[in-house]
Write a protein that binds this ligand. Sequence first.
Ligand code: GLU
Length: 447
Amino acid sequence: MFDTSLQETLDSVIARNPGEPEFHQAVREVFDSLAVIQERHPEYNDLAILTRLCEPERQIIFRVPWVDDRGAVRVNRGFRVEFNSALGPYKGGLRFRESVNLGIVKFLGFEQIFKNSLTGLPIGGGKGGSDFDPAGKSDGEVMRFCQSFMTELHRHIGEHTDVPAGDIGVGAREIGYMFGQYKRLTNRYEAGVLTGKGLDWGGSLVRKEATGYGTAVFAEEMLAARGEGLDGRPVAVSGSGNVALYAIEKVHQLGGRVVTASDSTGYIVDEAGIDLDLLKQIKEVERGRIREYAERRGGSARFVSGGSVWDVPVDVALPCATQNELHESDAKSLIGNGVVVVAEGANMPCTPEAVELFRAAGIAFGPGKAANAGGVATSALEMQQNASRDAWTFDYAEGRLTEIMRSIHANCLETAEEYGRPGDYVVGANVAGFRKVADAMMAFGVI
Ligand code: GLU
């Protein structure tokens, strides 16, 4: 599928980054799409744009020591991969989860470059995190961990340098502890150094909702492009974190009916439509398990332990949990049950085999770097408000988000068309995202 130079570059990326399968997967997916532009743009080749793009500008790995509630010293590993700053300061979240390693952070950082480019806003790509899991830790432990993490990270970030935010395991609580420590260490109220802040201290309305809202709007646009709508249609959402909850909220506002949600213990099916207030209470307030939803909701809902949420028949699927959660067998079930649109709320939740099946079956497939770009786009809007010491209304911020999602959708379709792959959102997103970054890198010379 690739020409020799793409294949050679990919081989060398894999050889230079051993043991990082998620990073290889993310790079391979982008390269797959770039085959269509090789011929038209030999200049990218001459300047080794791809080789440079796959090598992060800077990678920081550091020790994070902290003391737990029993007085024992614990040590975690912190990461920040500053991947590409051609379009603006590095921008991307921090993930706190036991499974975090350098390969995962690099896959996320790599995706972020193209996603951020697609938003049309001036942000480069980066990502970070730690193999620390806030689940099951006390507030005091989370605070001490965040303070220790920021004690090292603060020297690498800044509103014009690198602007972290949340991701899995990092919400307003963690951002608060990290912002507090940054402020204390630097003696600067530099609001634009982190996004996803609380509303009283520099945060933006709609940031919390933005990733999920954006994914739902993107799915609606995908349906509209096929002359269809969300109204009354059954939708499956996986996950029950920030992205999933607000994807459910927006699908409901747009007239669809979300019938599933999940966590690591299993999934719930509620044919009457998820009762979002109840799910938010359990997940956002009590930080509980999803089975409690079925117990408290009664009648229309059931909990399925293990199994696959993708076995539930729906018209629209929004994977909003984590990478590689939707496999080939899941894609087969969804296709068999008549799914028409799949839009990724999480980063790379569908395996390459699953994506191939969707594309071969003519199902509209929206990759995460387009469909979930609403979160980081609204982070950039938060940076705008911080820079002008302003605070926008909910309606204004949401209007901007919706406009951005529609324009990403249109850009994907137009680019796919231009490069001879009509309706292919993967090619559209990768090529459109890549071209802007590549052109900026060319303008800067070999750096
Ligand atoms: N973690 C989110 C993402 O995957 C948001 C990053 C941000 O707001 O900077 O895009």
